[in-house]
Write a protein that binds this ligand. Structure first.
Ligand code: NAD
Length: 372
């Protein structure tokens, strides 16, 4: 069973820190500084993954990174580049799979001062991380397996698969659906949320999305204190752009979750302020939604707030709720004041008054000190 607010970790907290690459180390440095200013005692165990680790240790995800997270239970991670082509497996995907971090949690909350078409949005996307069309069960055009599957389809009275087709299989299992929906309800309960909306498309995909809904309905019965509703994914996208304030916690299979989490990030100011976490029953890795933005690496330019908000989520997870509230308030104050924010939060991207990554951290620390 998942724990969303741990009681077994005590200060000083030992936490794995994976700075990542590209702009990762800069935003990590900024985030570590604001965490220090909260006064929560953390002993970081710094671990390298990605291309740097490949050059030094011969692996993009050395075993001791995994061991460190397993031992400490909690990690804070910067983004890691996945070079295109060349058989380079995504470190991010591997980390989630190998540590069985099955729930991807992406809150989309509007803060006063963020330039957006919407206000009062406070939605949390809970996306299943392992299966669905992302399970990696894929065959290229011409693969003999496609012919075998096509024959099975015709035997079952379905249309054959065209010979010039590639094939990706959608897999939705009862167990994994059950645990992600459980997770969503536990999340709602732990964080005082009122409603869980299950999102899929069972009118078309009866045996996969239909199974997801059937399981969700069953799990919902065990949480009478939390409202449960279902929404077809196409309708959901429209509802979210028309009245996002009507939604609370959304639980979705992998693909829909991926798409809707970007949509929701767009509702509240974009990637620069979009935090995330990948959580399993006993382990959690907190990381911004965005990637490594390599073109800005080393320029002290990108917004560290997505990683700082991820750190807020981490503080709540380890039970440091008061510190989390203070840090969230301090970041929100800097946003509302609008002075010490990076280029992406200004009306124009080339605004000369935009500050750098490290100045945002200074401003957040300044607010934290004023609170003391
Ligand atoms: P990206 O998120 O790095 O960048 C997309 C756009 O958003 C760019 O214009 C970028 O400049 C901007 N942006 C990103 N972070 C920002 C920030 N903090 N502040 C301001 N602007 C920001 O996505 P991409 O370009 O598709 O990917 C770059 C690399 O990151 C790829 O190798 C990809 O595989 C990797 N990636 C890693 C993760 C992860 O580590 N979890 C997630 C997504 C992408």
């Amino acid at each position: 069973m998942v724990t969303l607010q741990r009681r077994d970790l005590t200060p000083p907290y030992r936490i794995t820190l994976i700075p990542g690459d590209g702009t990762g180390p800069e935003i990590t440095e900024a985030t570590v500084r604001v965490l220090e200013a909260t006064g929560v005692p953390i002993q970081w165990e710094v671990k390298e993954a990605g291309i740097g680790a490949l050059e030094k240790y011969g692996s993009v995800l050395p075993e001791d990174v995994l061991e460190s997270v397993r031992k400490n239970k909690v990690a804070l991670k910067g983004p890691i580049t996945t070079p295109r082509g060349g058989g380079f497996r995504s470190v991010n995907v591997a980390l989630r799979k190998l540590l069985d971090l099955y729930a991807c949690v992406r809150p989309a909350k509007w803060y006063k001062g963020v330039r957006s078409r919407y206000e009062n949005v406070d939605v949390v996307i809970i996306r299943e991380n392992h299966e669905d069309l992302y399970a990696g069960l894929e065959f290229p055009k011409g693969d003999p397996a496609i012919r075998v599957i096509s024959e099975l389809c015709t035997q079952a009275g379905m249309e054959p698969i065209p010979e010039d087709a590639g094939l990706s299989l959608k897999v939705i299992s009862e167990k994994r659906s059950e645990r992600i929906v459980h997770f969503a309800f536990e999340y709602a309960r732990t964080y005082g949320r009122r409603k869980v909306t299950a999102v899929a498309k069972d009118n078309i995909m009866k045996y996969t999305d239909g199974l997801f809904y059937a399981v969700a309905r069953r799990v919902a019965e065990g949480y009478p204190d939390i409202q449960y509703e279902e929404m077809l994914v196409d309708n959901m996208t429209m509802q979210l752009v028309q009245r996002p304030e009507a939604y609370d916690v959304l639980v979705l299979p992998n693909l829909y979750g991926d798409i809707l989490s970007d949509l929701c990030a767009g509702l509240v100011g974009g990637l620069g302020v979009a935090p995330g976490a990948n959580i399993g029953d006993d382990l959690a890795v907190f990381e911004p939604v965005h990637g490594s933005a390599p073109k800005y690496a080393g320029q002290n330019k990108v917004n560290p707030m997505a990683m700082m908000f991820s750190a807020v989520m981490m503080l709540r997870y380890i039970g440091e709720v008061a510190a989390a509230d203070r840090l969230e308030y301090a970041i929100a104050t800097v946003i509302a004041e609008g002075k010490y924010v990076t280029y992406d939060m200004k009306p124009h991207r080339d605004d000369p008054t935009a500050v750098g990554t490290s100045q945002v951290a200074d401003a957040v620390i300044d607010v934290l000190r004023r609170l003391d």
